[in-house]
Every structure is written in structure tokens, then in C-alpha cells.
Design a protein. Structure first.
Length: 309
């Protein structure tokens, strides 16, 4: 019986321009090589699951698009990665989401999202999705979908016995009630700082203390993403640092999404936490070596090849 993974989240068409440096307020910079690349945090995670999963795992995307050419392109990109898009519904109320992305010479980016159809997702629609969640092993969430819908879907997943992974990006303050529905929370350092109400990097400089403080807010386990330093896992019994792979950074866009998709695949396959974190770090590392979101997400073979070196 194949295992299945559900991803509820955003689909965006990314408009990507390479720049020497990210523009300061009021500054105009000349960019190069404009590209349109499928993205959106939810769709990127679904794409990662599709590319990284073995034949025993089915992945289903739940989201909203408009009636336009971007919607067709985004659904086609997911289908090509093996993702079931039957629960990606179109609305006439808004166009498909887009993201404007600048990537500098060090691979750092700056992103502005126009959510469009992604935000036409009332919490009342969630009950109708029970069939999409039933029988799933893991459900993945992010915060580019309205918070009431995410909260309702986390609750539904919990009722259906589905383990939940929430990437709290883009960062928002979250209630204890919502966090108690999360099995694995995967913030980066700035998201952790916002959740803890500790502005500035100093507030989260100790990973063990940071994950402990986040668990005290109600989540079962935390993976603190540390960028080029890897990640730190804490479930209250096990605390482990998993180092990143040494790669040449071209573009960090979707590295976190790739990490979450890979993590869900490895956990659904029954791998240990150590192995799952290594697999996720390897896939995320490879995604950083190429430009774009879904264009950069590696295959399972590419990831296993890096792991075997
Ligand atoms: O996490 C990267 C993604 O954030 C991009 O693909 C963009 O669409 C924004 O949602």
C-alpha cells in the first residue's frame, strides 16, 4: 500500500532576475537574465517530494490558482514531478500568485510575493479536503496560505492521524493553540526569533536553548534551520546537530522548501532522524547550486549520489 504525503500551500510563478547586489531602498540596479520559474513555498515542497520520493510514495498538492496561463504552467510543472494536482482548484476572484525575486552574486535573495489566488482559501473550505488527508502519513504546511485555513487543516490532519510539518515562512506570530497541532516545526533563525519575540540574531544564537524555548510553546519537535551550518533537531529526548553539505552557492531560493519535502520523504520511508536530516540537508544543498525554485530541486538519484561521496 503506497504511503501518501499531502502538501497544503501556495503556488506562485517566480519572476527571477540576477543582480550584482540587492537594491537598497530608493536604489535602481541593473539586472541580468530575467526568467519565469515555477515556485511558491507549497508547490516547491510538493515538487521536492515528487522528485525525491521512491515509487512507494504518492504526493498530493492542495492549493489555489487563478484562471490564467501561469496556473496551467504551475500545474504542469508539478505533474511532471509526479504530483497529483486534482486538489489545486481555480478561482475567478484573483489571478495566480506571483513572486518577484532578486538573486545577488552570493546567492542571497530578496522576495516579494503577490499572493493572489493563494489567499482565496477560506477556513470553511478545509472540511471538504478531508478525503485528501485521509490515510496520509505526513502533511506539509507553510504560511503563504491564510492562517485560519492553515489552522483548520492542521486540526483536520491531527484528527485523521496524519503527522504535521509546519514551515513557519513567511514568519508570523503563532498561537499556542496552533503550535500544539504541529509535530515538526522547521523555522530558520529569523523565523525562530520572530516566533519567540526576540528581535535580532543574538536571541537565537544557542540552537539548543532556541529549540527548547520553541518546544515550550507547544510543538512536539523542532528543526532549527541554520543555513550553511546545517540544522539542529530537538524532540525533548534527542538533540542532534546535522551539518550542511559543502556546495557552491548560486541561489538559496527554495532551499528550505527542498529540505522540508526531502524530510517528509525520508520520514515517510521510515528512516531514522539522523538519516532523514542528512537526506534533507543533501537535497537542500544541491538546490542551492542552481538558479530558481522548482528548477533547482534535485532528483532522488542526484541526492543519493551526493550522500554516497
Ligand atoms: O521559498 C521560495 C519561494 O518563496 C519562492 O518560490 C517564491 O514563490 C516564494 O513563495
Amino acid at each position: 500500500m503506497p504511503s501518501h504525503i499531502v502538501v497544503l500551500g501556495s503556488l506562485n510563478m517566480d519572476f527571477v532576475v540576477k543582480v550584482d547586489h540587492l537594491p537598497a531602498p530608493g536604489e535602481t540596479v541593473l539586472g541580468a537574465g530575467f526568467q519565469m520559474i515555477p515556485g511558491g513555498k507549497g508547490a516547491n515542497q510538493a515538487c521536492a517530494v515528487g522528485r525525491l520520493a521512491g515509487p512507494g510514495i504518492v504526493v498530493r498538492m492542495v492549493g489555489r490558482v487563478g484562471y490564467d496561463m501561469f496556473a496551467d504552467h504551475l500545474k504542469a510543472s508539478l505533474s511532471a514531478a509526479g504530483v497529483d494536482v486534482a486538489y489545486v482548484h481555480a478561482t475567478r476572484a484573483q489571478p495566480t500568485g506571483v513572486a518577484l525575486i532578486w538573486v545577488d552574486r552570493n546567492g542571497q535573495n530578496s522576495i516579494v510575493v503577490a499572493s493572489g489566488a493563494n489567499h482565496v482559501f477560506p477556513a470553511a473550505d478545509v472540511e471538504g479536503l478531508r478525503g485528501a488527508f485521509r490515510g496520509a502519513s505526513y502533511a506539509l504546511f507553510q504560511l503563504e496560505t491564510p492562517l485560519p485555513a492553515v489552522a483548520a487543516a492542521l486540526k483536520l490532519a491531527r484528527e485523521e492521524g496524519v503527522r504535521t510539518i509546519l514551515d513557519p515562512a513567511p514568519a508570523l506570530p503563532l498561537s499556542r493553540e496552533l503550535l500544539e497541532l504541529v509535530d515538526v516545526l522547521t523555522p530558520n533563525e529569523s523565523e525562530a526569533a520572530l516566533l519567540l519575540g526576540r528581535p535580532g540574531a543574538d536571541g537565537v544564537s544557542d540552537p539548543a536553548e532556541t529549540t527548547r524555548a520553541l518546544r515550550a510553546m507547544g510543538v512536539r519537535s523542532v528543526i532549527l534551520k541554520l543555513g550553511a551550518r546545517g540544522c539542529f533537531y530537538d524532540d525533548g529526548e534527542v538533540q542532534v546537530h546535522s551539518p550542511a553539505f559543502d556546495v557552491e552557492a548560486v541561489d538559496a531560493t527554495a532551499a528550505g522548501d527542498t529540505f522540508n519535502g526531502a524530510l517528509a520523504v525520508a520520514l515517510a520511508e521510515g528512516r531514522s532522524w539522523d538519516d532523514s536530516l542528512r537526506f534533507a540537508n543533501a537535497a537542500a544543498g544541491l538546490s542551492v547550486t542552481k538558479l530558481g525554485a522548482q528548477a533547482s530541486i534535485p532528483t532522488r538519484e542526484e541526492t543519493e549520489c551526493l550522500l554516497s561521496k
